[in-house]
Write a protein that binds this ligand. Structure first.
Ligand code: FES
Length: 310
């Protein structure tokens, strides 16, 4: 009766209902962990999936066994009484704080949920996003002996940069030998990728007869041409013969390639971006920028809108 006075509004029936609540159990969390292991294993390793299935069966059985204990007439295990915090002593110092079980379960549920969410989503995110940031660089390509490039003549060089990956790695560059500058061979090598949205640009001029050139890396097809500039069929972007934008929506000049001459052959290196080209051929003044995506300004005030280029 004294207890009833301590809890106004609570009836003896309520007390009885509270007494029959199932005792807390860890098996649901263990079962959830096993399911997470199964999902992780589907991505990473089938052995992890097999172990997860076994654990899920075991933990699921233990969970069902626990919740059906009352139906099966098994007595609930009696819990040891929780240690009670020491009362403040005469000098006002408190004993160890009591840590409520409900708080522990709440924290454990949230923590376990976060861990399972991370285990399931992070590998998927990693596999989806990481390829865009790694292994995207072009391998160097041998474009053949220098005598395939008469001075002052443009050649359309087409080749498959990673034959194992197929036609999607097909690349085209516009190559012109500018003669010697300070006793060093000079080349202008433009990417054919439009810097508006990436469509392939075309030389505006009659193409010659294509020919195959065997090299130390991949076969290259060279087609001589006499362009007055380059045009993009997608949205009408136009460039002059040095790659400077002359009309349409592109935001900068055509990208260019580094090059080197090794044992008498022209090697194509990494691409780089250019805002504009001042001058022509070997005398052109070019400021190089890190290779940027189409549509990205590499200089001027607009560049602040493109702070990250993967
Ligand atoms: S992609 Fe070339 S103009 Fe749009």
């Amino acid at each position: 009766m004294a207890d009833e006075l301590d809890r106004p509004g609570q009836t003896p029936a309520d007390e009885g209902a509270e007494a029959h609540l199932p005792s807390p159990t860890i098996w649901p969390f263990a079962f959830a962990g096993a399911v997470a292991l199964i999902l992780l294993g589907l991505i990473v390793n089938m052995w992890a999936t097999a172990i997860g299935i076994v654990l899920a069966v075991v933990f699921g059985f233990l969970w069902i066994r626990q919740v059906t204990r009352e139906v099966r007439g098994e007595p609930e295990p009696v819990e040891a009484p929780a240690p009670v915090a020491a009362e403040p002593d005469e000098e006002g110092e408190e004993g160890p704080a009591r840590y409520e079980r409900s708080k522990f379960l709440e924290g454990a549920t949230l923590g376990l949920g976060a861990a399972i969410g991370a285990i399931v989503t992070l590998p998927v995110l990693g596999f989806a996003v990481a390829p865009a940031f790694v292994g995207q660089e072009y391998p160097a390509a041998d474009l053949g002996p220098l005598d395939n490039y008469p001075e002052g003549e443009w050649q359309i060089a087409t080749f498959t940069s990673k034959p194992i990956d197929g036609e999607v790695t097909r690349r085209t560059a516009f190559v012109r030998y500018n003669g010697l500058k300070d006793s060093v061979p000079s080349f202008s090598i433009l990417s054919n990728r439009c810097v508006h949205l990436g469509c392939p640009t075309q030389p505006q001029g009659p193409p010659g007869e294509p020919r195959k050139v065997e090299t130390s890396t991949v076969p290259v097809e060279l087609t001589p041409t006499q362009p007055s500039g380059y045009g993009c069929p997608c949205h009408g972007g136009a460039y002059d013969v040095e790659g400077n934008r002359t009309a349409g929506p592109p935001v900068r000049a055509l990208d260019r390639y580094e090059f080197s001459v090794i044992d008498g052959s022209l090697w194509l290196g990494s691409p780089y971006s250019v805002s504009e080209v001042d001058g022509e051929g070997a005398d052109a003044v070019i400021v190089k920028y890190r290779a940027a995506d189409p549509g990205v300004h590499v200089d001027g005030p607009e560049q602040v809108f493109y702070p990250i280029v993967p």
